[in-house]
Write a protein that binds this ligand. Structure first.
Ligand code: 3H9
Length: 698
């Protein structure tokens, strides 16, 4: 029996003749929180004590079978009974138990199914072991029972990919005994009766031996190490599965230890912060109010950005009117959209029929007048205020009343753009990230006069496009690019002072970034930064150390990165190699400036780069450009390739502590007091011993 806790009626039992139905009803997703665990043990023990039922069926109310352990409980002291103990009670039940799964039976939910004596699923539902995605491994018997039912290769695939597997596929592999149609409760009753009648065979996993596959295990271990060298949990997951040749109770002990080892890691905390952060960014009043209906979107500009935005809208089932000024540009835009959609088909993200239907919803036009009837316009033209104002002035006269007018500007003042219209309340910023049909971030920029309904329409659009919409206020670069501009200077200083671009890239890739900043610059095009530096040359503070001499000189050679075959790296053939001529430029610039290059360790590079990022991110929170620290974190995870397992710059900052960050800034400020300044918010946090996580809760 459990520790006497109240089960809050989240688990109820119905006796219907000689069968019993046990229902879990714990909205929204029937997670196995403490009350559920207690309730399940009580229900199974009570039925066994009574000894009247000949079969038990476990089913769930609401939209889904149990979606796993309650992730909100992780990191807090755990209250018994632990989930593996609950499942041992179920597996040990003398009365056979059948699970009836619907919706998404994930993690502990699927493991609940595995510990039962028969597993039935409703057609069209999915099962999965997504623990790997939150820094864990299946810790309630999944690594032991799944290989016994479906073999080691299938168990490795499910638990290392975290993918949601259609139940039909899981049934084929042996993980599910029967796929049926119907409502969960009715199916539960029918299946419990089928067990009694002997029409649904039962099996106990403690009586099944797994076919051992040492080769698959060794391959999986090597692949996990190569693919995610920074993560502990995939390797531990393989170790746990490898124990499936032991007797079940022994194997479960190994699994438990591996699970607890992962639970202790900061990676688990980072990944769970990412899970909740992704949901929390749109869990705000601004996103929830009434919004305007959007079925047809006008996209102005058929360049890379405009075509990507159009692709995203078409893929989500919206109609798109694409406007360009010249036929050639329009044709190029349509061709890019076609290529983007072809890519989606090739990657298995879209069927060929869906692609044809998407293209049929595209209307290419050469005249802004074609936007008269669209519900929302996204302007994605050249980054110049005069051009944008001219377009918005025209849209004001063309678009129907109530149309939402959005700019995809990355830096410019939305209020100034809105002022070019007679309806600034309809204007907002929708800042996509390149490639716009792939990157999940959408900064939703609120102007001074943006109507609440228009802002909510931005969030609704993000949801339709399956993007992560983050609210930002107006400033140069909004959340992401403003912070980037600041820490970009830091990487410039690192190279000026002695590091090579390759060392900076390597250090940050080892830290977990998908690509180092110099590889990213080469990919994005070095001319973009060059243009920005020229645009801002007049505003430069004379006290600021200029970090642009090296990239300026590279651009003067006509080397703009990947697209010209040359940048910080050479892209002639095969893998990029360092451009030796850049090393000469760097040396020359250092010599002209009288800089004696010094050595940096990789750790020092990471420390300085991350501190610079945290400094500006803290300021963005302090002045309200971002609503909360977690909004900054999600911008970096979904738009800037920040390592997900580190949770985002401000979650990472909490792992260091404000006092350590302040101490670092003060140390660096001894060399460059202009660049390295302690934001007030960090100084306050250091004094009070508070964290960014505290601000997320406030
Ligand atoms: C595990 O099981 C470990 C075991 O192996 C071993 C244990 C010893 N817990 O995503 P949605 C909330 S690890 C707590 O918007 P959808 C979510 O935050 C777990 N809360 O809906 C949101 O709250 P709010 C393995 C959870 O329909 C609300 O439910 N399982 C959990 O788009 C709705 O969620 C997973 O990793 C949870 N487990 O998608 C599954 N799950 O309304 C994680 C959800 O306040 N969950 N919430 O913002 C999912 O993948 C999706 O939520 C799911 C539904 C597909 C289920």
């Amino acid at each position: 029996m459990a520790d006497g806790a109240v089960s809050e009626n989240v688990v109820t039992t119905e006796i219907l003749g000689d069968v019993a139905l046990v229902c879990i009803d714990n909205p929204p997703v029937n997670a196995s929180g403490h009350a559920v665990r207690v309730g399940l043990v009580e229900a199974i023990e009570a039925l066994n004590a009574a000894g009247e039922a000949k079969a038990i069926a476990i089913w769930c109310a609401g939209r889904t079978f149990m979606a796993g352990a309650d992730i909100r409980e992780f990191g807090k002291p755990s209250k018994p009974p632990a989930l593996p103990d609950v499942f041992n009670v179920i597996e040990g039940s003398a009365i056979p138990v059948v699970a009836v799964m619907h919706g998404t039976a994930l993690g502990g939910g699927f493991e609940l199914g595995l510990c039962c004596h028969a597993r039935v699923a409703i057609a069209g539902s999915k099962v999965g072991l997504p623990e790997v995605l939150i820094g864990l491994l299946p810790g309630a018997g999944g690594t032991q029972r799944l290989p016994r039912l479906a073999g080691i290769p299938f168990a490795l695939d499910m638990s290392l990919s975290g993918r949601q597997v259609p139940v039909e596929e899981a049934a084929q592999a042996g993980a599910i005994d029967r796929v049926v149609t119907g409502e969960p409760r009715e199916v539960a009753l029918e299946m419990a009766r089928a067990v009694v009648a002997g029409d649904l065979p039962t099996r106990r996993t403690d009586q099944i031996e797994a076919a051992y596959d040492a080769e698959a295990l060794a391959e999986a271990k090597a692949a996990a190490q190569a693919k995610t060298p920074n993560l502990v949990n995939p390797g531990k997951c393989v170790d746990a599965i490898a124990a499936c040749n032991l007797p079940l109770p022994e194997g479960l002990k190994v699994e438990r230890q591996c699970f607890l080892d992962c639970m202790e890691t900061p990676q688990r905390a980072g990944l769970i912060h990412a899970f909740f952060g992704e949901r929390a960014v749109s869990n705000i009043p601004e996103a929830k109010g009434p919004s305007r209906e959007v079925q047809t979107v006008g996209v102005i500009g058929g360049g890379t950005m405009g075509s990507g935005i159009a692709t995203a809208c078409l893929s989500a089932g919206l109609n798109v009117v694409l406007v360009e000024v010249a036929q050639e540009g329009l044709d190029r835009g349509v061709a890019t959209i076609g290529k983007n959609l072809d890519g989606a088909v090739k990657r298995g993200k879209m069927s060929a029929e869906k692609k044809d239907a998407a293209l049929a919803r595209l209307t290419p036009e050469l005249d802004l007048d074609a936007l008269a009837e669209v519900d929302l316009v996204i302007e994605a033209v050249f980054e110049k205020m005069e051009v944008k104002r001219e377009i918005f002035g025209k849209l004001d006269g063309i678009c129907k009343p109530g149309a939402v007018l959005a700019s995809n500007t990355s830096y410019l003042d939305i209020n100034e753009i809105a002022a070019a219209t007679s309806r600034p309340s309809d204007v907002l910023g929708l800042h996509f990230f390149s490639p716009a049909h792939v990157m999940r971030l959408l900064e939703i920029v609120q102007g001074d006069k943006t109507a609440p309904e228009v802002l909510a329409t931005g969030f609704a659009l993000a949801k339709t496009l399956k993007k992560v919409g983050v609210l930002a206020q107006v400033c140069d670069g909004f959340i992401g690019n403003r912070i980037l501009a600041h820490y970009g200077l830091c990487s410039g200083y690192l190279v000026l002072d002695g590091a090579s671009p390759q060392q900076v890239d390597r250090a940050l890739e080892d830290f977990g970034f998908a690509m180092g900043p110099y590889k990213v610059s080469d990919l994005a095009g070095l001319d973009i930064g060059w243009m920005t530096r020229k645009r801002k040359a007049g505003d430069r503070d004379p006290a600021e150390r200029y970090a642009g001499d090296i990239p300026d000189r590279i651009c003067e050679q006509g080397w703009f990165g990947r697209k010209t075959g040359k940048g910080y790296y050479l892209y002639d053939a095969g893998a990029p190699v360092p451009n030796p001529e850049v090393a000469e430029i760097i040396e020359a610039v250092r010599a002209e400036k009288g800089i004696t290059p010094r050595d940096f360790t990789d750790q020092e590079i990471v420390d300085r780069y991350m501190t610079a990022m945290i400094v500006e991110a803290a300021r963005v929170v302090e002045d309200g450009t971002a609503k909360r620290p977690l909004d900054v974190d999600m911008v970096f995870l979904f738009g800037y390739g920040f390592p997900r397992f580190r949770g985002g710059p401000l979650h990472y900052a909490d792992t260091l502590g404000a006092a350590e960050i302040v101490a670092r800034i003060e140390r660096y400020a001894e060399e460059d007091p202009h660049y390295w300044q302690v934001p007030d918010i960090l100084r306050r946090m250091a004094a009070e011993g508070t964290s960014f996580a505290d601000l997320n809760k406030a």
